[in-house]
Design a protein around this ligand. Structure first.
Ligand SMILES: [Zn+2]
Length: 140
C-alpha cells in the first residue's frame, strides 16, 4: 500500500470564506519544504500549529484543502464600466459605495453595441478570477 504522505508536488489550497459577503476565495500554493513527507497526522500537527486559524477540509498527496472563516468582506467586488470610450474599474465598498480603482487601459473602440450597453450599465464581478474573465471579453 502506498503511503499517504505529502510530496514535493502537493498543492495546498486555502479556501477563505468571507462571512460579511458570503464569498469564498480560493488560493493554491506550492507546499513549503518543511511540510513535505508528512502523514496527515504529522502534517495536521505541524501546519495547524503554524496556522491556527485554518481548518483541514481534505488531505491527499496531490492536494490538501484547508479553510478559513474571516469576519469581513472579501474586498474584491468590482464594477467594470465605460467612460468616454475607456474601460474603467471601480470597487464597491462595504457600504455599497462606488470607488474608482483603475483604468484597465482597454477601450471600447472595437466592441459591439451590446457590450457597450452592458458596460454603460456596469458589470459586477466578484473576485479576481471573475474580473479577469469579464475583462477577457473586451480584449480585442
Ligand atoms: Zn465578497
Amino acid at each position: 500500500m502506498q503511503e499517504n504522505k505529502t510530496i514535493p508536488s502537493t498543492e495546498i489550497t486555502i479556501k477563505k470564506y468571507y462571512e460579511k459577503c458570503g464569498h469564498t476565495i480560493k488560493e493554491t500554493n506550492e507546499i513549503d519544504d518543511k511540510y513535505v513527507n508528512l502523514t496527515q497526522e504529522e502534517f495536521t500537527e505541524k501546519y495547524f500549529k503554524d496556522n491556527p486559524k485554518y481548518k483541514l477540509e481534505s488531505f491527499s498527496p496531490q492536494e490538501i484543502v484547508v479553510t478559513e472563516s474571516i469576519n469581513a468582506s472579501c474586498g474584491k467586488h468590482y464594477l467594470v464600466t465605460e467612460e468616454n470610450g475607456k474601460i474603467l474599474l471601480y470597487k464597491i465598498d462595504d457600504s455599497n459605495k462606488k470607488v474608482f480603482y483603475k483604468d484597465t487601459g482597454l477601450t471600447t473602440e472595437y466592441l459591439t453595441d451590446e457590450d457597450i450597453k452592458a458596460l454603460d450599465a456596469g458589470i459586477r464581478a466578484n473576485g479576481d478570477d471573475e474580473l479577469n474573465s469579464v475583462l477577457e471579453n473586451f480584449v480585442s
